[in-house]
Design a protein around this ligand. Structure first.
Ligand SMILES: [Cu+2]
Length: 183
């Protein structure tokens, strides 16, 4: 890649290096996009799974079919286990229903799970949220977890009582909440 030109070789080399540098950056970016493509692409089907995640794992099912026995709710958030130790906690949230759902971790309200005031839009305040898993086949915040797909998030959690909810309009009042204890 050395310049063989006779006139002002230093200037030529400078231009060449910059050009090569920009080319390398472009190639690098293309490589990154290629690497991440499979994870951000349209994989909203039953085959998508979460990667290996740090800390204690909580398996969460968000659903609108069946519901918990005796609860009378068709919509549900079910977490297993329902108590974990303080520290890193990874939530793997699978939508086993037919509607789009999401998953948020909030401090337990004073009145207990399900006691949050619901606004006219059918949603509760997300103030104080520790984090959210609402992407399809991806980590963190997104446009919602499509049926059959999985979202995940890792949080550092202190001892306390928390509420796991879905805040799609009307879903909280329809039973999409459960308690998680960290102790
Ligand atoms: Cu929901």
């Amino acid at each position: 890649m050395k310049s063989v030109g006779a006139s002002s070789p230093t200037e030529d080399d400078g231009v060449r290096r910059r050009t090569i540098g920009i080319t390398l950056i472009a190639v690098g970016l293309a490589g990154l996009i290629g690497t991440w493509g499979p994870f951000s692409g349209a994989r909203g089907d039953l085959t998508c799974t979460a990667p290996a995640l740090p800390g204690e794992t909580v398996d969460v099912s968000v659903s609108d079919t069946g519901g918990m026995m005796g609860s009378g709710h068709m919509l549900s958030v079910v977490a297993s286990p329902s108590a974990v130790a303080p520290g890193e906690v990874s939530f793997i949230v699978r939508n086993t229903g037919v509607m789009v759902h999401e998953f948020l971790v909030l401090p337990l309200p004073p009145g207990g799970a399900g006691s949050r005031p619901v606004g006219p839009d059918g949603r509760v305040s997300e103030a104080g949220s520790l984090g959210e898993a609402s992407a399809s086949c991806a980590e963190g915040t997104g446009a919602g977890i499509t049926p059959g797909s999985v979202s995940w998030i890792t949080l550092r959690m202190a001892s306390g009582r928390y509420e796991l909810i879905c805040n799609e309009p009307g879903h909280y009042t329809s039973g999409m909440f459960t308690e998680l204890d960290v102790r």
